[in-house]
Design a protein around this ligand. Sequence first.
Ligand SMILES: [Zn+2]
Length: 104
Amino acid sequence: MPQRRVRPKLPEVSESQCQSRLAWNQGLTGQPRPPAERPAFEPCPAVFCGAPVVGRRAPAAGMVQVRGAADGAAAHWYCPDRCAAIARARADIRAIPLRPGGER
Ligand SMILES: [Zn+2]
């Protein structure tokens, strides 16, 4: 399979390059605007989402059980799609053993 060649990106350092960029950018300079004031993700409004598993019945219809990070850690109930995926990913990340220096 042929590999796609990628042209290297060269830094724009000359005066004419800067002027042409300013002309294209309509003179806008400086820092970009700050990111929107929003949390990384919205908390789930479901009442039983994240409830620990007690017994075999789900606390609400359609909820799925997600295992804990470590062996013997408690499993919890989550909404089927987004919340369960986040919980599984979080458990997977927590299950990564720490390196001696403390980094994963
Ligand atoms: Zn949820």
